[in-house]
Structure formats: structure tokens, C-alpha cells
Design a protein around this ligand. Structure first.
Ligand code: ADP
Ligand code: MG
Ligand code: ZN
Length: 484
């Protein structure tokens, strides 16, 4: 991964700006009533308008406007009170009208940005609304197939300033952007379903000299690919520049199989899009009252939540970061903390055992593991009142992932309740003392480490169910009695 010092070591600074397309979570398309759903049979979510029939008139989806505005406000941008839709012309089979309705001279909003953990603020240039194009599928022998279900689906494009200086920062920026959009309910931001797409602009220059020529990288369908593509592109440009050649301004395609970028088209012969205001659509007017209402409706965003958790619950920045990775997980944590009244314990379970189980099963939220905040709170209570030791609690948690039983039922069923029966504990302790004469003698002489050597065998003999505090007490008592 890159870092400013790594760039300094190579003698090159990396400059990165991102263009992110995000699908707004509306039920219908941007200018017609067709469903904006994913995965429908090809060309079944289309109508004369999104097929580009002459004379069909677009009607702006106000729900999409509300979501776009929400995104802009969540990212601290300044909305334009009268932005404008323009036609962006190009000729391709995925674009039936021959133009895409987008925004150009007057985008929905400008400014704003996101803060990284380092304190660095990544500025945004603009956010504009546009419709998606269809999908061309080229891998069918001599034919190209076109699915227009996606044509007309509402998008926002979020363009950053080129404030990022490495792959790691780009990754963090994307993570923050995605969680902000998800928390605000703007988009599902699912890269695999195409509801979040990212183009990366990369250039290199010597410190103290003007920026270099950039290449734009496309086809990055995971954050991992974004990182890999930036690393590859940085190395490629460095080789070019150090060989005395120049980097050409071009669009390059990331090939995940070969882990490299290759030229798609050169910017030097890029077409003129012939933008002009769409005569079918009036300016997009946002009055102060609308902006104020949408701002008031914004939920608490992830950065604010993390700060509150650290302040009120004493969570570590790491745990707060893990727990705010998705809105579902964050809400789950808050509910578990409320029900258990033990936020730190709830955070521990979720950020460690539950997060590991989710990662192993490639699932997203604890609900996918049949876990509920109430069940987790019950488990925490059983540990707090001494019924369960931590190892037993782990076993109960595992069982909870596959069973509908309550933690208390599972404790009984699995025989995991801690043994606090003095007679049983005393027996295990006597055996341990007899079998470890040396440790017993040291412990009697007051060596605490030696006591630990006796607790281990007792815990083992009890199958981990003996209460450690009770074991310690029993050992000390028996050692004292023996000496007497
Ligand atoms: P286009 O629309 O042709 O892609 P823009 O001027 O809108 O071009 O820039 C797109 C993105 O490229 C922005 O995120 C911007 O910050 C970034 N960018 C511009 N110049 C450079 C550069 N020299 N190196 C890296 N990124 C750059
Ligand atoms: Mg671009
Ligand atoms: Zn339609």
C-alpha cells in the first residue's frame, strides 16, 4: 500500500481524484415510471421513454431529487438553487436516445467533502444527477447483446478534487463515502450489483513541480481492485516517466485477471459531447424550505456516531470503526448496548467474535446469523451475573448462530453453567495440588505465578466450567489448611 513517505522514497508524488457513480435507491427510474430494480429479465423494465421513442416526454422523479439532495447535504455540499439538466451526446448501442440526460454547467451541488482518520479533508468538486445507460454484453461470439433495464436509472456522480495521494487514502475515502451514503439511505452502494461504481484518475509528478498528465482507470468493481489498479498504474507511469517518455492522457481499463491496466481510448481524440440544456426539462429548482427540510431529516451520520460512541461508551476508535461499517451493524450495536446496558461488552462481542463469524460466512449483518440484539444482551447478562465464563459464552454464541434457542436454554442444554459447587471445586483443587507438588510449595511460599500453574489444571479438569474466582479462593484456602 502507498503512503506519503513511500511516494517520497520513490521521488514521485501520486495525485488521485475519484469519480463515483452511485445509484439512488428509488423504486422507479429518473424520468419514467419503469421499475429501477436489479436482476429482472433483460428488457422487461422499459417503456417508450427509456427506449428513446421520439416525442416521449421525461417527468423528473422527485424522490430521486430528494435522495440526491440528501447525499449532497450529508457530504457538506452547497446545493444550487437552480441546477439544470443537459443532454450529453454520444453514439453507442447502450444509449437509445443518442444522448444521456446529465448535468454539466449547473450541477446539483458543489463543494463539501469528507474527513479521513488522519484529519485530512478530501474536498468534493461537484455532485450532479444523471440517468444511467443500458448494458452492452459483448461476450456472445459475434453479437453484442443490449439490456436496457438499466437505461434511465437515477444516478448521482460524486467528483472529488484530486486531494488523494495514495491507494490507501483512496480506499479510506471510498469507505467513508459509501458508509455516509448508506447511513443517509441514499443508496445500497453495492458494487457487485453496480449501484456503486468508481473511476480513478491517477498522475505522478516530482515534488515541487506541476501535476503530471493523468490516466483515468475504469472497470473497478471492488475496493480491492481500486487499490490494486492504483498501485499498478503508479508503477507503470513511473517506468514511463523515468524512461523519459510521457504519460498520455487516456482512459485505461483495469483487467482483474491479468492485474494490469490497458489503453481503452485516448483522450486526445475524445469526442465532443455537445452538451446543451434539455428543452424538455425545466431547471431543477430547490427552494430554501426544501433544503432545510431535507437537512432536518438527515439521520446521524457514521462519523458523528463514532465520536458519540467513543465519548459516551468509551469505545476504542478501532471498535467504533468496525461497528459503523454498515448501518445495519451500527443499529444492531446501539440496540444491544441499550438492552444490555453494557455497551463495551456489546461492542467487544460484535467487533470480535461476531465480526469474525460474519467474515468467515461472507455475510453482512448479525441478523444473517440469526442473532438479535435481545439474544446478545441475554448472553452478556449471563456472563455478568457469573452464570457463564467467557469460554462458555463463546460456545453459546456459536450455537446461537444456528439455533432458535435462547442463551439460557443453550447454557442448560450444553451443560455450560459455571460450577460454583464448593465440594466439586475442592476435589479438583486437591487433585491439582497433589499432582503439582512443586507449584503448590511455591504458591504456599506466596508466589502468585505458581498459583496460576495450579488454576490451569483445575480449569481443565472442570472442562472450563469452574468459576475462576471460586477456584482461586479454594486453592488459597486448601493450601493454608495444609500448612496448618
Ligand atoms: P473528466 O470529466 O474529463 O474526467 P475532470 O476535470 O472532471 O475530467 O476530472 C475528473 C477527476 O480527475 C476529478 O476527480 C479530478 O480531481 C481528477 N484530476 C484532474 N486532474 C488530475 C491529475 N492531474 N491527476 C489526477 N487526478 C486528476
Ligand atoms: Mg471522467
Ligand atoms: Zn421507462
Amino acid at each position: 500500500m502507498s503512503s506519503p513517505s513511500a511516494s517520497a522514497a520513490t521521488g514521485w508524488n501520486t495525485v488521485i481524484g475519484l469519480e463515483v457513480h452511485c445509484q439512488l435507491a428509488t423504486r422507479t427510474k429518473l424520468f419514467c415510471a419503469c421499475a429501477a430494480e436489479f436482476g429482472a429479465p433483460p428488457n422487461t423494465r422499459v417503456c417508450p421513454l427509456c427506449l428513446g421513442a421520439p416525442g416521449a416526454l421525461p417527468v423528473l422523479n422527485q424522490g430521486a431529487v430528494a435522495l440526491a439532495l440528501r447525499a449532497a447535504l450529508a457530504l457538506g455540499c452547497t446545493p444550487d438553487p437552480a441546477s439544470r439538466f443537459e443532454r450529453k451526446h454520444y453514439f453507442y448501442c447502450d444509449l437509445p436516445k443518442g444522448y444521456q440526460i446529465s448535468q454539466f454547467a449547473r450541477p446539483l451541488a458543489r463543494g463539501g467533502g469528507l474527513e479521513l482518520a488522519s484529519g485530512k479533508f478530501v474536498r468534493l468538486q461537484r455532485i450532479h444527477m444523471e440517468e444511467d445507460a443500458g448494458k452492452a454484453i459483448h461476450d456472445r461470439g459475434a453479437h453484442t447483446l443490449v439490456d436496457l433495464n438499466r437505461a434511465g436509472v437515477p444516478l448521482i456522480e460524486i467528483v472529488s478534487e484530486a486531494d488523494l495521494s495514495g491507494a490507501e487514502e483512496a480506499h479510506e475515502y471510498l469507505t467513508r463515502l459509501k458508509e455516509t451514503l448508506q447511513f443517509a439511505g441514499v443508496s445500497e452502494c453495492d458494487m457487485e450489483r453496480g449501484s456503486l461504481r468508481c473511476d480513478v484518475n491517477v498522475s505522478l509528478h516530482r515534488p515541487g513541480t506541476p501535476w503530471g498528465t493523468r490516466a483515468e482507470l475504469k472497470n473497478l468493481n471492488s475496493f480491492k481492485n481500486v487499490v490494486a489498479a492504483i498501485e499498478h498504474e503508479r508503477a507503470r507511469q513511473r517506468v514511463e516517466l523515468e524512461a523519459g517518455r510521457r504519460v498520455r492522457q487516456e482512459t485505461r481499463l483495469w483487467d482483474p485477471e491479468r492485474a494490469e491496466t490497458r489503453t481503452l481510448r485516448s483522450k486526445e481524440n475524445e469526442q465532443d459531447y455537445r452538451y446543451f440544456p434539455d428543452p424538455d426539462l425545466p431547471p431543477l429548482v430547490l427552494d430554501a424550505a426544501t433544503i432545510a427540510r431535507v437537512r432536518a431529516e438527515l439521520p446521524e451520520l457514521p462519523a458523528a456516531r463514532r465520536a458519540r460512541w467513543q465519548r459516551d461508551f468509551g469505545l476504542t476508535p478501532y471498535d467504533a470503526g468496525v461497528l459503523s461499517a454498515s448501518r445495519a451493524l451500527a443499529d444492531f450495536f446501539e440496540e444491544s448496548a441499550r438492552l444490555s446496558q453494557r455497551p463495551k461488552e456489546a461492542a467487544n462481542w460484535l467487533a470480535n467474535d461476531v465480526a469474525a463469524a460474519l467474515a468467515a460466512a461472507r455475510l453482512d449483518t448479525p441478523a444473517d446469523l440469526h442473532l438479535t440484539p435481545a439474544r446478545l444482551a441475554q448472553l452478556i447478562a449471563l456472563v455478568a451475573d457469573g452464570t457463564l465464563h467467557i469460554g462458555g459464552a463463546r460456545s453459546v454464541l456459536k450455537a446461537l448462530f444456528t439455533r432458535a434457542a435462547t442463551p439460557a436454554e443453550l447454557v442448560a442444554e450444553l451443560g455450560l453453567a459455571q460450577v460454583r459447587d464448593t465440594a466439586a471445586i475442592d476435589d479438583w483443587c486437591r487433585v491439582a495440588i497433589a499432582a503439582n507438588a512443586r507449584a503448590a510449595a511455591d504458591a504456599r511460599a506466596g508466589e502468585l505465578k505458581a498459583l496460576g500453574a495450579l488454576i490451569g489444571p483445575v480449569m481443565k479438569a472442570s472442562g472450563g466450567r469452574a468459576n475462576p474466582a471460586a477456584v482461586r479462593e479454594a486453592l488459597l484456602r486448601l493450601l493454608r489448611e495444609e500448612r496448618a
